[in-house]
Design a protein around this ligand. Structure first.
Ligand SMILES: NC(=O)c1ccc[n+]([C@@H]2O[C@H](COP(=O)([O-])OP(=O)(O)OC[C@H]3O[C@@H](n4cnc5c(N)ncnc54)[C@H](OP(=O)(O)O)[C@@H]3O)[C@@H](O)[C@H]2O)c1
Length: 256
C-alpha cells in the first residue's frame, strides 16, 4: 500500500463507481476497501469499468483500516461502518441527511476531520461564489432556483439547490408552486425537475423589473464529482479533527 489508504462507501453506485475509478487512477492514493450492502465479492475495479484491482466489494466495515472514507452511499450508510471507522477522516457527498445524520457527523468531527460537500464539482463551487456576489449586489431581485436530475434521485430539492439558496443569503421559502395566491411570496423559491439520465443541472434566476440575470451550471459527467471527491480526500488526510468545506480545498472564499 502506497500513499493514503482510501475506502469508498457506496462503491457500487452510479457515483461510487466513478469515485473508485478516480482513486485507482491516483498514484498517491491506495484503494483498500469498497463497501456496499449488495454486490459482494465483485472486483471494484472491474465494476468501475477498468482492470481488476484486487479489492472486492465487501459489507460496510468489513475490510482493512483506511485513512479516509469517501462516502457516496445514502443517508445512514456511514453509521453502518460501526467500529471499523475509528478515527478515519470522512469525505461525504451524501445529500438529504436528516438532523440525526448531521449530529452523527458533528460527533465524528470531534475525533477526525470531516468534509461534507453537497456538490464536488469545481464549477458549482464557483457558481455559489457568483450567486453570493450577484444576490448581494441585487438585493431586490427575486431569486428562483431550478434544478434537474435523473429519475432515480431520492432527495428533492437537491443538496446543491439548498447550497445555492444559502449562497443567495437565505433558506428557500417556497418549493414548487401551484394554485392561487396573491402573487409571489417573499424569499427564495426552488423547483425540482426529475427525469431520464440528467446528471445535474442548476440554474439561479435573479428576476428584477425589466431584467433577468441567469447563472447556471450543467454537469455532463459524474467524473466531475469523482475528481472533486478524490481531491478532497487527498486534502483532508492528516488535518486536525473538525468540519471542513470543499471551498477550503479549492481555495475559494465562500462555501462550496
Ligand atoms: N456531492 C456530490 O457531488 C454528489 C453528486 C452526485 C450524487 N451525490 C450523492 O451521492 C449519493 C449516491 O448517489 P448515486 O446516484 O451514486 O446513488 P446510487 O446509485 O443509488 O448508489 C448508492 C450506493 O450506496 C450504497 N448504499 C446505499 N445505502 C447504503 C447503506 N445504508 N450502507 C452502505 N451502502 C449503502 C448502494 O449499494 P447497496 O444498496 O448495495 O448498499 C450503492 O453502492 C447520493 O446521496 C447523492 O445525492 C453527491
Amino acid at each position: 500500500v502506497s500513499g493514503a489508504r482510501v475506502a469508498v462507501l457506496g462503491a457500487t453506485g452510479r457515483l461510487g463507481r466513478r469515485v473508485v475509478a478516480g482513486v485507482l487512477a491516483a498514484p498517491d492514493l491506495s484503494l483498500v476497501a469498497a463497501f456496499a450492502r449488495g454486490g459482494r465479492g465483485v472486483d471494484a475495479g472491474l465494476l468501475a469499468g477498468g482492470a481488476p484491482c484486487g479489492v472486492a466489494v465487501s459489507a460496510p466495515g468489513d475490510g482493512p483500516a483506511a485513512d479516509v472514507v469517501i462516502d457516496v452511499s445514502l443517508p445512514g450508510g456511514l453509521q453502518e461502518l460501526g467500529g471499523w471507522l475509528g478515527v478515519a477522516a470522512i469525505v461525504s457527498g451524501v445529500t438529504g441527511q436528516d438532523a440525526a445524520g448531521v449530529a452523527w457527523l458533528d460527533a465524528h468531527a470531534t475525533r477526525a476531520p470531516v468534509l461534507v460537500a453537497a456538490n464536488f464539482s469545481l464549477g458549482v463551487a464557483v457558481l455559489a461564489d457568483l450567486v453570493a456576489r450577484a444576490t448581494a449586489a441585487l438585493p431586490d431581485h427575486d431569486v428562483e432556483i431550478i434544478e434537474a436530475h435523473h429519475r432515480h434521485k431520492r432527495d428533492a430539492p437537491s443538496g446543491t439547490a439548498l447550497l445555492l439558496a444559502a449562497a443567495a443569503g437565505g433558506a428557500p421559502m417556497t418549493f414548487g408552486r401551484s394554485g392561487h395566491s396573491e402573487g409571489r411570496a417573499a424569499g427564495i423559491a426552488v423547483h425540482a425537475v426529475r427525469g431520464g439520465d440528467i446528471v445535474g443541472e442548476h440554474q439561479v434566476w435573479l428576476c428584477g423589473e425589466g431584467e433577468r440575470l441567469l447563472l447556471g451550471h450543467t454537469a455532463t459527467s459524474r467524473d466531475t464529482f469523482a475528481a472533486g471527491a478524490v481531491r478532497a480526500a487527498r486534502w483532508v488526510v492528516g488535518r486536525p479533527p473538525g468540519r471542513y468545506q470543499l471551498a477550503q480545498v479549492l481555495g475559494l472564499s465562500t462555501q462550496g
